[in-house]
Design a protein around this ligand. Structure first.
Ligand code: NDP
Ligand code: 2IT
Length: 444
């Protein structure tokens, strides 16, 4: 058995009951075969693949808080510090009832390669809790966030580990956590990113993941002789990533016609009304039924369904494994020619394979959604130099980073004989820098 297969088997045996982590490891390691085969003796001696698939540490803790009725609630908090070969651990905090250690490990593992691809000095980590912010009052969210930070503060710091937002964690949650960190440590530092603009946040961080997704998609299309203007786009999700992906797609002359949340989806043939979507999701924190109620051209459907809508480009921006083999078949049958992942691992392995076999341009999340964490790293730079850059400056750096990511992964795919396979390209390009740094730093 080859080294890659041995390590995949070992990871599955050592981490039972963590299917998302197994999936992420399988996807990355299988696409590293060309590099691993070229360096097998060195990597085996260094146990490089065993080391890179084993987190530096996993922290799990109790998060007790008091709800508005005076009842004590208990959630579980996690932080997985996966790899800091190229910089302090960096990655978001997910607050969603589905959160467990396997999900945080898959996200932390992906983050290593994503962060490397940005070309900025950030290592990989992820955290979160099974707390559900939905339906909670601001005071309850604050009570949870403060209790979460009462434990997390021991493990993070501006040069150590810098968390940020993810599903369920936006500016409100980051604000409460930042306040509590400052209170406990007495230090004003860039320990979190995605902060409010009045206390160290970066302009364009809110927009960064969605905008970055479109910058990379535009470049991928351009390099394949296609133009984004005039194209019909289907988007899933209605959160931070989806909203700003829709906004930038419109600015580039495309027409996004769908969005979705955890209960249903919208088809709006006239194009999504971003101002209305923001009002429903960012301000009212309401369901998409409210969007449909306010917009005569919109149709609301219960459940899942955006991938059945005829489109040129699909942008999954909600959550993992939301685009399966049947969805991939529907997209291909309807003439879709490009898929770019705004979410982390939204496409199943079978669906990815099917899309690539059918010559769909496929940009994997660790490249396509790297604009969020890249801009977080720019927020860290601004915090360190105690300056704030203009929106235009951050946005133009973000665009440069995304264009550069595309060319790096395109070149890596070509170098190893897999031209056009951007999954292979992204994994190899992200891995090479981390592997070199790990070997240079010795066994640690
Ligand atoms: P948000 O919480 O802002 O939005 C998530 C959206 O997806 C919501 O519309 C939510 O529905 C929907 N959703 C979440 N979970 C499910 C589910 N299990 N089934 C169906 N719909 C679901 O999160 P983000 O937009 O920040 O994150 C979306 C994805 O992008 C995640 O995979 C995240 O890891 C990834 N990502 C985020 C980055 C960021 O900077 N925020 C950076 C890079 C990647 P509802 O409205 O009902 O809650
Ligand atoms: O998945 C991700 O890259 C994020 N949720 C953003 C992480 C960050 O540190 O900005």
């Amino acid at each position: 058995m080859g080294y890659v297969d041995e390590v995949i088997e070992r990871v599955i045996a050592k981490n039972p009951g963590e299917p998302e982590f197994h999936q992420a490891v399988r996807e990355v390691l299988e696409s590293l075969r060309p590099v691993v085969e070229a360096n097998e003796d060195l990597y085996r001696r260094e146990a490089l693949l065993e080391r890179i698939t084993e987190p530096d540490r996993q922290i799990k803790f109790r998060v007790p808080w008091v709800d508005d009725k005076g009842q004590v609630q208990v959630n579980t908090g996690y932080r997985v510090q996966f790899n800091n070969a190229i910089g302090p651990y960096k990655g978001g905090l997910r607050l969603h009832p589905s959160v467990n250690i396997g999900i945080i490990k898959f996200l932390g593992f992906e983050q290593i390669f994503k962060n490397s691809l940005t070309s900025l000095p950030i290592g990989g980590g992820k955290g979160g809790s099974d707390f559900d912010p939905k339906g909670k009052s601001d005071r309850e969210v604050m009570a949870f966030c403060q209790s979460f930070m009462n434990e997390l503060y021991k493990y993070i710091g501006a040069d150590e580990d810098v968390p940020a937002g993810d599903i369920g964690t936006g500016a409100r949650e980051i604000g409460y956590m930042f306040g509590q960190y400052k209170k406990i440590r007495g230090v004003y530092e860039g320990v979190l990113t995605g902060k409010g603009l009045s206390y160290g946040g970066s302009l364009a961080r809110t927009e960064a993941t969605g905008y970055g997704l479109l910058y990379l998609t535009e470049e991928m299309l351009k390099c394949n002789g296609k133009d984004i203007a005039g194209k019909t786009i289907v988007v899933s999700g209605a959160g931070n990533v989806a909203i700003y992906a829709i906004q930038k797609a419109q600015q580039l002359g495309a027409k996004p016609v769908t969005c979705s949340d955890s209960t249903g989806w919208i088809y709006d043939p006239e194009g999504i009304d971003v101002a209305l979507l923001k009002e429903v999701k960012e301000v009212k924190r309401a369901r998409l039924t409210e969007y449909a109620a306010a917009r005569p051209s919109a149709q609301y459907h219960e459940g899942k369904g955006v991938w059945t809508v005829k489109c040129d480009i699909a942008l999954p921006c909600a959550t993992q494994n939301e685009l399966d083999l049947d969805d991939a078949k529907a997209l291909v049958a309807n003439g879709c020619f490009a898929v770019a992942e705004g979410a982390n691992m939204p496409t199943t392995l079978e669906a990815t394979k099917y899309l690539q076999e059918n010559k769909i341009l496929f940009a994997p999340g660790k490249a396509a959604n790297a604009g969020g964490v890249a801009t977080s790293a720019l927020e860290m730079s601004q915090n360190s130099e105690r300056l704030s850059w203009s929106f235009e400056e951050v946005d133009s750096k973000l665009k440069g980073i995304m264009v550069n990511i595309f060319h790096n992964l395109d070149a890596a795919a070509k170098k190893y004989g897999h031209e056009g396979d951007y999954v292979v390209g992204a994994n190899i390009a992200g891995f090479e820098k981390v592997a070199t740094a790990m070997i240079a730093q010795g066994v640690c």
